[in-house]
Design a protein around this ligand. Structure first.
Ligand code: PRP
Ligand code: URA
Length: 210
């Protein structure tokens, strides 16, 4: 496995992904699980945030204690399904900015098409985490990160809940400079480019549209 690919091995994440996959899991629980998994994954993905010591006064005495420093964080969900992960991360970092990239996959060619983009400025001075629960062919993730880089983004991570080997390979070779965090690496894509065993259509399950 490439060193920029981090597959989660925490039992809480594994357990919640199992619940997420179940066909009988309804919209309400699905949404809550996506949020919780995103929060647990963010804990891992933000492990390298820089800190600096600041002087504070406790009720007992003055001391030096670390606080987060460096670039400001921005999360950029890929619409729609990435939206489901945003609140999980904001619960850890409430001051993070939120950008949006709208992409949908053509049902026949599976190619991504962009329909919306609004990024927090200045993009180049932010630590960016791109969010999408599903990394299938990798087309959407590669297009989103191409786009963020064209707008000046430099420090970028990608976080997904389930990845297919095909998508991981495509994303890590198109953007070898970014770290990719996956909740689980699944077996393969089927002929309709759905992840197997996967969890079905993440957007439809989060928003209850099917
Ligand atoms: C899904 C998913 C990803 C994309 C992954 O979105 O949320 O964005 O497919 O597939 P890829 O790796 O092959 O590009 P979809 O296009 O179904 O749009 P939606 O989120 O609006 O449902
Ligand atoms: N998008 C999804 O939502 N699910 C898949 O399995 C593949 C792409």
């Amino acid at each position: 496995m490439e060193k920029n690919i981090i597959i989660m091995n925490h039992p809480l994440i594994k357990h919640k992904i199992t619940l997420l996959r179940k066909v009988e899991t309804g919209t309400n629980e699905f949404r809550r699980l996506v949020e919780e998994i995103a929060m647990l994954m963010a804990y891992e993905a933000l492990r390298d945030l820089p800190t600096q010591n600041v002087e504070i006064q406790t009720p007992i005495e003055k001391c030096l204690s670390p606080e987060i420093s460096g670039k400001k964080l921005a999360v950029v969900p890929i619409l729609r399904a990435g939206l489901g992960m945003v609140n999980g991360i904001l619960s850890l970092v409430p001051s993070a900015r939120v950008g949006h990239i709208g992409l949908y996959r053509d049902e026949v060619t599976h190619e991504p098409h962009e329909y919306y983009c609004k990024l927090p400025q200045p993009v180049g001075e932010r630590e960016i985490i791109v969010l999408d629960p599903m990394l299938a062919t990798g087309g959407s993730a590669v297009a989103a990160i191409d786009f963020i880089k064209q707008h000046g983004g430099k420090s970028i991570k990608f976080m997904c809940i389930i990845a297919a080997p095909e998508g991981l390979k495509k994303l890590s070779s198109a953007h070898p400079d970014i770290k990719i965090y996956c909740g689980n690496l699944d077996r393969e894509l089927n002929k309709d480019a759905y992840i197997c065993p996967g969890l079905g259509d993440a957007g439809d399950r989060i928003f209850g549209t099917k």
